[in-house]
Design a protein around this ligand. Structure first.
Ligand SMILES: [Zn+2]
Length: 281
C-alpha cells in the first residue's frame, strides 16, 4: 500500500494567476479536471496505485493566492473520504489576529495535518522566538492533539517566494520547544540543505523527512543515508509541482533503487501510519 504524504489537492480558482501556468503545463494537462471533485481525485489515486494521500493546502495570500478559505475548502472536499484523503490546512499568523482561535477552528474542521511553508508564508519556522509569538499557538495545539506539522524546507521557484526562509535549521528550535510534536520536513531541504535536514531527523526523535519533490532516481544522491533513516522517511511526490509528472512512475523509480522490501514498506506506508496515528512520538 502507498501513502503519498504530499499531493497538492487545492482549489484551482484560488491560485494566483501567474502561478497557474507553472502548474498547468504540457506535462499536467488534466490537472484542472482531476482537482474538480473528490471522486476524480480518488479515481486518479486508484490509477496510480495510491491508497491514502495528504491533500496539501496552506494560507499564502502573498505568494500563491490562498486565503484562510483553503481550510474550509479542503475540509469540505475530503468530507466522507477521510479514510483515504487527509485534509491538510494551515494558519498563517502574519494574516491572523486570533491564531489560537483559528488553529482550533481548523483542527475542529477535521484537518489532520498542518502545513508551514516559510518561503511562501514569509516567516521562519521559529519566528515565535522573535516577532511572531502567536506562531507558538499552532505548534502547541497540534502537539496537544497529536496532529503532525509539515514544514516546507528548501528553495522555491514561484514568483515572490522568499528563499531566505528555505533553510531547515530553524526547525531545530521547534523540535526542542515542542518535543512531542511530530514534525515532517518536506523535500529534505532540497536542493541546498539536505545535510541540515538529515541532521535534524537524526538528532530529534520527533523529526521526520518527506521525500517528495526529489526525483526518485536521484534520491540516494540527495539522501545518501536513507537506509539509516528508514524509520524516519515518508513517501511523497509533490504532484503536480513543476517537474513532478507521474506519481506511478515515481513509485516505480523508487522501487528500482532496491532498498529492500522492509525499508520500502516502511517508507511507502508504515511510517506514515505511525506519524498520523495521533499517538505521541
Ligand atoms: Zn509541495
Amino acid at each position: 500500500m502507498i501513502w503519498d504524504c504530499h499531493i497538492h489537492i487545492q482549489p484551482w480558482a484560488m491560485l494566483a494567476e501567474d502561478v497557474r501556468p507553472m502548474i498547468e503545463d504540457a506535462a499536467h494537462a488534466g490537472v484542472r479536471e482531476i482537482l474538480e471533485s473528490p471522486e476524480s481525485v480518488l479515481r486518479f489515486l486508484d490509477e496510480n496505485g495510491v491508497e491514502r494521500a495528504c491533500c496539501i493546502n496552506y494560507v499564502s495570500p502573498d505568494v500563491m493566492g490562498f486565503t484562510r478559505e483553503v481550510n474550509d475548502w479542503v475540509a469540505r472536499f475530503t468530507r466522507g473520504h477521510r479514510d483515504r484523503l487527509i485534509a491538510t490546512g494551515s494558519v498563517n499568523p502574519r494574516h491572523e489576529k486570533d491564531v489560537r482561535g483559528e488553529i482550533n477552528r481548523v483542527l475542529d474542521l477535521g484537518v489532520g495535518l498542518i502545513k508551514i511553508h516559510p518561503p511562501h508564508q514569509l516567516f521562519a519556522p521559529n519566528a515565535y522566538r522573535a516577532d511572531l509569538p502567536q506562531l507558538a499557538e499552532v505548534y502547541r495545539e497540534c502537539q496537544e492533539r497529536g496532529v503532525p506539522v509539515m514544514i516546507h524546507t528548501g528553495t522555491s521557484i514561484f514568483p515572490r517566494a522568499r528563499n531566505v526562509y528555505a533553510d531547515p535549521m530553524p526547525a531545530d528550535d521547534v523540535a526542542i520547544d515542542f518535543p512531542r510534536l511530530k514534525i515532517i520536513l518536506a523535500h529534505v531541504g532540497r536542493p541546498l540543505y539536505g545535510e541540515t535536514a538529515m541532521f535534524l531527523a537524526r538528532r530529534h526523535r520527533n523529526v521526520f523527512l518527506d521525500l517528495s519533490g526529489i526525483p526518485p532516481k536521484a534520491l540516494l544522491r540527495y539522501v545518501p543515508r536513507l537506509a539509516d533513516l528508514g524509520d524516519k522517511a515518508l513517501w511523497g511526490t509533490d504532484w503536480p509541482s513543476p517537474g513532478v509528472v507521474s506519481i506511478r512512475k515515481n513509485i516505480a523509480d523508487f522501487r528500482s533503487l532496491s532498498l529492500g522490501a522492509e525499508i520500502e514498506q516502511k517508507i511507502l506506508w508504515d511510517n506514515a501510519v505511525r506519524v498520523f496515528s495521533r499517538a505521541p512520538v
